[in-house]
Design a protein around this ligand. Structure first.
Ligand SMILES: Cc1ncc(COP(=O)(O)O)c(C=O)c1O
Length: 420
């Protein structure tokens, strides 16, 4: 079970309103009765007011141990998604034709337009595969497609999924320690430590929210190419790069001579907070690899152009830009408030997403039991760094994608720590 995995539990109906103004959680308290879920509320892009997820079966809220705890573990947002997605789902659900759907090629152009508008990146629509599965599944099938003879390499700490899916698929892997520079992690330099089939990259980095530079990325792609290895860049946090930083899209950033060995994976799930509806897209410039990958996916019944996937993807990419801009301004403000307060406990300067990677000892927490201590002292539920592989021990990952009113509560509770 990795940090970002679904956790089986019946505790699904926790109410956010129990967080506000509650000084400390009481682990012995009886669970609150589940309120009648109101799933019809029309939330706008208001990131100030609490966003009540009661009755929605949120995995993130199910992980929080007791009433009053603020769940800051799992990587999704306690913020309402774009109204355009709600409207598109409502509209499509109104037509009772729910049979197999064909892939609309206009979706590929939409992805290419998105990359040009948001990242200034020239993505060829022909590179795009529109997938009815989450990025985790897409990555696993891609690795099965290339049938690794040599191990898969990836820098660690990592979000936990790389190691988990390699183990599940019985694919050999090797973790490369991430070097630490003056402002945080850097990509490993120097030759690869041995033969490899693929180098996997979390870009921007989960858990530290580091945005890799174009130069670092190009250098790593060059070393992968020398070894004949693919560079697979998992960029599900890329559209969440904060203003002032630039996310290098792997397939358009690597040396054109190495492009046929590069793959970018992305998903509107993270960007628009809709991971409960599995979807992703892959940018695969090499036509042979693209065809083999599509074939392997079809073997699992994962044909391009799923009904919900297309509905959500189209609404998000066509109409979600202004919502995303509002979100990024909100996350950027929240990041500044928290990093100002947490100071040197933040291990690597965050530049994207909503994740903080923290040094437990600098928070005055016992490194071996920091998650429990933070829960008991502050009523804040974080992810345990040990779940992120080698180099993660003694760290905590905190997800701060919260409305302002809950952020105020979090900041007040952090005062209970000895932060200096
Ligand atoms: C970097 C990264 N890649 C992939 C995933 C997997 O997403 P999913 O489980 O929706 O496929 C996550 C989830 O947190 C992630 O953070």
């Amino acid at each position: 079970m990795t940090d970002d995995s679904f956790q089986r539990t019946d505790n699904r109906f926790r109410n956010l309103s129990s967080v506000r103004g509650v000084p400390a959680p009481d682990p012995t308290a009886a669970p609150e009765p589940a309120p009648a879920p109101d799933l019809t509320t029309d939330f706008t892009a208001d990131f100030t007011a609490p966003f009540d997820r009661s009755g929605t079966g949120s995995s993130k809220w199910a992980r929080a141990d007791s009433p009053g705890v603020v769940p800051m573990g799992l990587a999704d947002m306690d913020l309402p998604g774009p109204p355009a997605i709600a409207e598109a789902l409502r509209r499509r659900a109104g037509h009772r034709a729910y049979g197999y759907t064909a892939c609309d090629p206009a979706g590929r152009q939409l992805v290419a337009d998105w990359y040009r508008a948001r990242h200034g990146a020239a993505v060829d629509p022909d590179w795009v595969l529109l997938l009815p599965c989450g990025p985790r599944t897409a990555l696993r099938v891609l690795l099965e497609t290339v049938r690794p003879q040599a191990p898969v390499l990836f820098p660690a700490p990592e979000w936990g999924g790389f190691a988990q899916l390699c183990r599940a698929a019985r694919i050999g892997y090797r973790e490369l320690p991430l070097p630490v520079g003056p402002d945080g992690y850097r990509l490993p330099d120097g030759p690869l430590p041995g033969p490899a089939t693929a180098v996997l990259l979390s870009s921007p980095h989960n858990p530290s929210a580091r945005v890799w530079s174009a130069e670092e990325l190009r250098a790593l792609a060059g070393r992968a190419a020398e070894a004949g290895a693919l560079l697979v860049s998992d960029e599900v946090h890329g559209d969440l790069t904060h203003p002032g930083h630039v996310h290098p899209v792997a397939v358009t950033t690597v040396d054109p001579a190495h492009r046929h060995l590069a793959v970018t994976l992305n998903s509107v799930g993270k960007t628009f907070n809709c991971s409960g509806i599995p979807s992703s897209f892959a940018l695969v410039p090499d036509p042979g690899l693209r065809a083999r990958f599509a074939d392997a996916l079809a073997g699992y019944g994962l044909w391009e152009g799923g009904l919900l996937e297309q509905t959500v993807q189209e609404a998000a990419l066509r109409e979600g830009g202004p919502w995303l801009d509002t979100l990024l301004a909100h996350l950027s403000d929240a990041r500044v408030r928290l990093t100002d307060r947490l100071g040197s406990a933040v291990r690597s300067a965050p530049q994207a997403s909503y994740l903080l990677w923290l040094d437990a000892a600098a928070l005055g927490l016992p490194p071996g039991a920091a998650r429990r201590a933070l829960l008991e002292r502050c009523g804040l539920e974080a992810s345990d760094g040990a779940e992120f592989g080698p180099g993660g021990q003694g760290s905590l990952r905190l997800n701060y994608a919260l409305p302002n009113s809950v952020l105020d509560t979090v900041l007040a509770r952090l005062e209970r720590l000895d932060l200096g």
